[in-house]
Design a protein around this ligand. Sequence first.
Ligand SMILES: C[S@@+](CC[C@H](N)C(=O)[O-])C[C@H]1O[C@@H](n2cnc3c(N)ncnc32)[C@H](O)[C@@H]1O
Length: 297
Amino acid sequence: MIASITPLIAHPWADYALLDSGHGRKLERYGKIIVNRPEPQALWGPTLTEVDWDQADAIFTNTGDEDADAGKWRLCSDAPESWPVEWEGVKFICRLMSFRHMGLFPEQLTHWHWVNEKVAKANRPLNILNLFAYTGAASLAAAKAGASVTHLDASKKAIQWAKDNQGASGLNDAPIRWICDDAKAFVARELRRGRKYDGIIMDPPKFGRGPDGERWQIEEDLVDFLGSCVELLSDDPSFVILTAYAMRLSSVSLGNLMHDILKDRGGSIEYGELLIEQENKQRFLSTSLYSRWAAKE
Ligand SMILES: C[S@@+](CC[C@H](N)C(=O)[O-])C[C@H]1O[C@@H](n2cnc3c(N)ncnc32)[C@H](O)[C@@H]1O
């Protein structure tokens, strides 16, 4: 099996750009709204001027530890409470969340493109499982490309948000099964039921809770969980994608684990960092780690 370290670079698109970064912050445009928020990776100095940074419609300040997500937004214009961001016909409703996110992780567009290619090349509708699926960007991108999707998240609010994105995208008739459940419990149940999937996407948090308080801890749970997920793959599977944010593990560990679990199935593995290229092409910003497996085509 071929395994390679490959950085995945998200370039700006019409509705998203990383405008600048530096001094522990980043300046981004999400649709019509410019946000200035903390970015612990930005050890360097900014390239744009203070006047450019002053264009921000909203500025996030941490209330505690700079590495923690808690904090609050200050509005500098009459920015709306929510607004749409579009990618290839899929609409994501963005909101200023109290944990410094907008409900969309633009660096993941490299995965959305890759899945779309897999869906387009398959001469059958792929059946995809999206775990820890949050506001549904990957689910909607895959469904728009023609896949059947099972979307799972522990948060009812996140699922409602994903359904709102589905409606905004005009994808109400797309075959998406919405499941509010604990990821480990659901995967165990699907194994007992003998269900199979052609592609699996997962973006597990470092720490999380299922709807009934079930504990998820990435360092403790990932190895067995990934092993169980791989058992859910169909006889003619297409891919597995694992993305992870803020953790002690490295992308090499994620790649080696993926190799270990899938080595008998052939195909290829890539792993590395998800990067965003700054709009002025001055630098990349690393946002997260990934490893992904593709069956031999
Ligand atoms: C980092 S977000 C995923 C981001 C998303 N993939 C995207 O690109 O927009 C993690 C998600 O995992 C969910 N979650 C946390 N613990 C869970 C658990 N035990 N079972 C299922 N989902 C869980 C959270 O509700 C949250 O929506």
